[in-house]
Design a protein around this ligand. Structure first.
Ligand code: ADP
Ligand code: TZD
Length: 578
């Protein structure tokens, strides 16, 4: 498609508008300023014209990464992240991220161009023919198609409202090719647009639900608060901090809730997780689901006898979704509403709640102290070759000195060790594999984190994890983003030591040994660093943060380090048999 820029200016004054223009106008009217996408038929001109109209259009090398960027932009901003793709294959590439957004409760809109409806529906073999709406629907919170230019305003408004209201999620918006060229009287076009009013209305909890929860807390002798990424998303940081500090209840942050209060906070029980979960008598979940990441609220993790047995805890669950309670175990006090309103209501009703009994706090404190001391010993070692711990001791220091930096993390061991070793100090700094434990979010997240927050970004990546989005280092360089990628390179998936007993091909978990990932970054003008010692890693990271140049540090670590599947070996059927 040829460039249409002169046309843009002409149309601005003209009495007619078209589908392209109305999509852009509808997004702008609703405060959307960034599109993450990949051009091609039929949306190439949409990307050009959006850019000409002042939207930031970030083009990726693969739609999946654009989609992950959009999803995390939604999490960070409470505005739906927009991913724009071409039809069929581009749409399918973006679909993974759409499902990811829905699963993780991130607001996102996947907008895909699609082929001619008449041909698609008769299955006559159109260019990139696919019934995209039907395919997206089960993976999205909502899915819409717009056939007429005068309905674009409604379509965009419905997509925004669906993505943001209640439990946020991924929304699909199907825009057939024909739509873009349709023209419409400009005044009628303007009238057809909708500026969404109050897209995520406050949901005030019922007073009796709040009372029920407070009564449970009052009767608790070993209370615990679990903060999830819903709490981070809600941006109710002051209320959450006030509740934790006024009640004096120990809290456990889930991975992406780390930093909501600093991980170094005296009430943080992360370093005593395996002690507090089974020992607690009343657990208040705030924006966290009792899914696999919390062992479904039962079993040995929670002090149950067998793997499906209830541990005896009473649960309070603060969540915007009324359907979430009882999904795994009985919830004694569901508090349904948005977290800001729920926590504010609880604070208002708190009265003079006594602090938790001293023996509970002392027991946690002692466990923490012992575990932290043990970890400090491990971190102080300086083995050769470098291992996860000696490398992450460096990362921990650098993050402590740069608490505003965004932090992206994926891998198996590279994820689990990092989560427990690297403290977060501020809300919504840590973004990672989320509810699915998915590999591939890395570079997409880096782009969005840099663009949305304008802060430095540090990414700690397993070598396998990095590979899923590695080509986007070109994107980092193209937009000159201040991203420092650290690959903890142990030559394979989990580790690099598997051997094929029959000889021939290497084992499925093994990669090229000593792969020089840093050269990938150099190929596009960024800085590559090959680091074999903690000192080299530290220098590489500090230089990257100082220069703000896209940097990739290939941190070579012991290929025997790590365990199969990291900390979730128990979920791995073959490992279980062993
Ligand atoms: P984690 O993985 O950190 O444990 P989950 O993704 O399992 O967190 O849970 C997040 C929960 O937060 C979801 O159940 C979702 O409905 C809820 N949630 C998201 N946003 C809000 C909000 N603004 N107010 C209340 N609950 C929210
Ligand atoms: N594919 C996708 C999309 N997500 C996944 N989670 C996996 C495959 C399976 N998988 C994991 O769960 S972790 C992982 C894979 C392939 C990579 C682990 O290796 P790594 O990290 O190099 O990234 P460590 O530090 O060596 O464990």
């Amino acid at each position: 498609m040829g460039t249409v820029e002169p046309q843009v200016a002409a149309d601005a004054q003209a009495a007619v508008t078209d589908g392209f223009q109305l999509v852009i106008d509808a997004l702008k009217l609703n405060g959307i300023d960034t599109i993450y996408g990949l051009p091609g038929i039929p949306i190439t001109d949409l990307t050009r014209r959006a850019q000409a109209e002042g939207l930031r259009v970030l083009a990726f090398r693969h739609e999946q990464n654009a989609g992950y960027a959009a999803s995390i932009a939604g999490f960070l901003t409470q505005k739906p992240g927009i991913c724009l793709t071409v039809s069929a294959p581009g749409f399918l590439n973006g679909l993974n991220a759409l499902a990811h957004a829905t699963t993780n409760c991130f607001p996102m809109i996947l907008i895909s161009g699609s082929s001619e409806r008449e041909i698609v529906d008769l299955q006559q073999g159109d260019y990139e023919e696919m019934d995209q709406l039907a395919i997206a629907r089960p993976l999205a919170k909502a899915a819409f198609r717009v056939l007429h230019a005068e309905d674009i305003g409604v379509g965009v408004a419905r997509a925004i409202r669906a993505a943001l209201s209640g439990r946020p999620g991924g929304v699909y918006l199907d825009l057939p090719a024909k739509l873009f060229a349709q023209s419409l009287d400009a005044a009628a076009g303007r009238r057809s647009l909708i500026k969404v009013v109050d897209p995520a209305p406050k949901q005030i909890p019922a007073p009796d639900a709040v009372q029920r929860a407070l009564a449970l807390l009052k009767g608790a002798t070993r209370p615990l608060i679990v903060l999830g990424k819903g709490a981070a998303y809600a941006q109710a940081d002051a209320e959450i901090r006030a509740l934790v500090e006024r009640t004096g209840i120990p809290y456990l942050p889930m991975s992406m809730a780390k930093g909501l209060l600093p991980d170094t906070h005296e009430q943080c029980a992360s370093a005593a997780r395996s002690f507090v979960l089974p020992a607690a008598d009343v657990v208040m979940l705030v924006g966290a689901r009792l899914n696999w990441l919390l062992s479904h609220g039962k079993g040995k993790t929670w002090g149950g006898k067998g793997h499906k047995d209830w541990g005896g805890q009473k649960f309070i669950q603060v969540d915007i979704s009324p359907q979430e309670a009882d999904s795994n175990v009985r919830i004694d006090a569901p508090v349904v509403g948005d977290i800001g309103s729920c926590i504010a209501a609880m604070l208002a009703g708190l009265g003079n709640l006594p602090k938790p009994p001293a023996d509970w706090l002392t027991a946690i404190h002692d466990k923490k102290t012992a575990n932290v001391a043990r970890m400090a010993e491990t971190l102080a070692k300086n083995p050769s070759p470098m291992n996860f711990h000696s490398a992450l001791a460096v990362v921990r220091d650098v993050v402590r000195s740069n608490p505003d930096a965004m932090f992206v993390n994926e891998g198996a061991n590279a994820l689990d060790f990092t989560r427990s070793i690297v403290d977060m100090y501020k809300p919504r700094k840590r973004i990672d594999v989320g509810t699915w434990g998915v590999m591939g979010v890395g570079m997409g997240y880096c782009v969005a984190a840099a663009v949305v927050t304008r802060q430095q970004v540090i990414a700690v990546e397993g070598d396998s994890a990095f590979g899923f989005s590695g080509m986007e280092v070109e994107t980092l360089c193209r937009y000159n983003l201040p991203v420092c990628v650290v690959i903890l390179n142990n030559n394979g998936v989990y580790k690099g030591t598997d051997v094929n007993p029959r000889g021939g091909d290497v084992a499925p978990t093994v990669f090229v040994k000593d792969a020089r990932y840093e050269k990938l970054m150099e190929a596009f003008g960024g800085v590559g660093v090959y680091a074999t010692t903690p000192a080299e890693l530290r220098k590489g990271m500090e230089d990257a943060l100082r220069s703000r140049k896209p940097t990739l540090i290939n941190a070579m670590i012991d290929e025997t380090a790590g365990t199969e599947s990291g900390r979730i070996t128990s979920l791995n059927p073959s490992a279980k048999k062993k």
